[in-house]
Design a protein around this ligand. Structure first.
Ligand code: 5AD
Ligand code: SF4
Length: 446
């Protein structure tokens, strides 16, 4: 049997695309493998968001060239595919930089992989079109993906933050239709999925054709998804503050399946930098938005993205970010050093922040974010909550799951609990996860 190895970098959108590419190849008779040496097709599903992410691809391609040569010496063919956002951004340039590559395919064209692979036997191929037909209409049915699954509902971004390549690599915002999403969601639920994370580059701008005509908002869509039998939990990511509509805020108060956790990137706490980033909101507007969200859902856990060292960022600007972090108290966060991306307006600026200053700011910010995250984990100890059991735990006899607030918990419980909601008491906080006891065993011990 032919084998395919798919490696994905970057965001959840890419993880979703990687799974769908595996499905496309599965239909062609390829079995998935985790061992690259035995793969007849190797797909790197790449990320272009920061320079480091893009450079990783080229070093991986160097290693793959050697592997391809070794397999060739044994008479075995290896097709190497570069997919994702580096493919979209660099296209044919990849062919000249990486001689081992056979196919370059963008995020909107991977449903054509079988055809592209066949054509690559004659000549190296590049497909980075934004085709008029919808790739989702051409993808095979999804195979079972466990208890918690991603579902792409929206792609692309119209925001044009001045540092970001996404509007160029993923194109303009497009929302899938409600019926198409519900069909996919129902199939996932029937396959055992209990938690759906609706994903999109700017998911809260979702406005897709509704079942009964007209346009559905993300809140409308989530209400329809929540009505599907078997779906116990809904999440969504990632969002822009300016698209947090009133109905979406209200959904956090009214929709029990919508989990109390929100990833809402702010990037900076300085109005000057926010303006230069073209974020189109101030730090205070973000604070007020968080107040409204917490008004709707007081226990809402917040997560965010931050960039330090954007061109022209002064110590005072950075202090603004630190102040915002201290005031809001993010339970989780991702923070990055600014990385100039070719083709974006910010990359043209000549007032770059020195690398050592960026590093110092990143360490200070991450230390503050880590402190809050640890404190949040400690606060959870003693609390009674419910986890969705997703998989076997780290040790025999344990299972692992997540709380509504996205905290990872390990519990002594049989594997038969996987896929179920399990009431637990958190008893201990480790470095990366919490330990819980099932409530029945807590009662037995007492
Ligand atoms: N440099 C650093 N971080 C970036 N991000 C996006 N573009 C850049 C860049 N050029 C970060 C933002 C975004 C997250 C997905 O990646 O914080 O929210
Ligand atoms: Fe990039 Fe800004 Fe769009 Fe997010 S909102 S994908 S940071 S342009």
């Amino acid at each position: 049997m032919k084998k395919a190895f798919v490696k994905s970098y970057g965001c959840q959108m890419n993880a979703y695309d990687a799974a769908r590419m595996a499905d496309v190849l599965g239909k062609e008779g390829y079995a998935a493998t985790e061992r690259v040496e035995e793969a007849d097709v190797v797909i790197l599903n790449t990320c272009h968001i920061r320079e480091k992410a893009a450079e990783k691809v080229y070093s991986e391609l160097g290693r793959l060239r050697v592997l391809k040569g070794e397999r060739q010496a044994e008479g075995r063919d290896t097709r190497i595919v570069v997919a994702g956002c580096v493919a979209q951004a660099e296209g044919a340039e990849i062919l000249s930089r990486a001689p081992a590559v056979d196919v370059v395919v963008g995020p909107q064209s991977y449903h054509r992989l079988p055809d592209l692979l066949a054509r690559s036997r004659e000549t190296r191929v590049v497909d980075t079109d934004f085709p008029a037909d919808d790739k989702f209409d051409h993808l095979p049915a999804r195979r079972n993906r466990g208890v918690s699954a991603f579902l792409t509902v929206q792609e692309g971004c119209d925001k044009f933050c001045s540092f970001c390549v996404v509007p160029y690599t993923r194109g303009a915002e497009v929302s899938r239709s409600v019926p198409a999403i519900l069909t996919e969601a129902r199939a996932l639920a029937e396959g055992g999925v209990r938690e759906l994370t609706l994903i999109g580059q700017n998911v809260n701008a979702y406005h897709g054709p509704a079942e009964a005509g007209g346009t559905a908002s993300l809140a409308d869509l989530m209400r329809a998804v929540a009505a599907i039998p078997g779906i116990a939990r809904i999440r969504y990511t990632t969002s822009h503050p300016n698209d947090m509509g009133e109905d979406l805020i209200q959904a956090h108060a009214e929709l029990p399946a919508l989990m109390p956790y929100l990833h809402l990137p702010v990037q900076s706490g300085s109005d000057r930098i926010l303006a230069a980033m073209n974020r189109r909101h101030t730090a205070d507007a973000y604070r007020r938005l968080i107040d409204r969200l917490r008004g709707a859902r007081p226990d809402l856990a917040l997560s965010s993205d931050f960039i330090v060292g954007f061109p022209g960022e002064t110590d005072a600007d950075f202090e603004g970010t630190m102040r915002l972090v201290a005031e809001i108290g993010f339970e989780s966060a991702f923070s990055f050093k600014y990385s100039p991306r070719p083709g974006t307006p910010a990359a043209e600026r000549e007032d770059a922040v020195p690398e050592d200053v960026k590093s110092a700011r990143l360490s200070a910010l991450q230390a503050a974010l880590d402190r809050r995250r640890h404190a949040y984990q400690e606060e959870a100890v003693g609390q009674v909550t419910e986890i969705l059991v997703e998989k076997a735990g780290r040790h025999p006899g344990q299972v692992a799951g997540k709380t509504p607030h996205m905290l990872a918990v390990q519990v002594d419980a049989p594997a038969s609990t996987i896929g179920g909601l399990l009431p637990v008491r958190i008893v201990e906080a480790g470095t990366n996860s919490l330990f819980g006891q099932t409530l029945t065993s807590t009662a037995a011990a007492a």
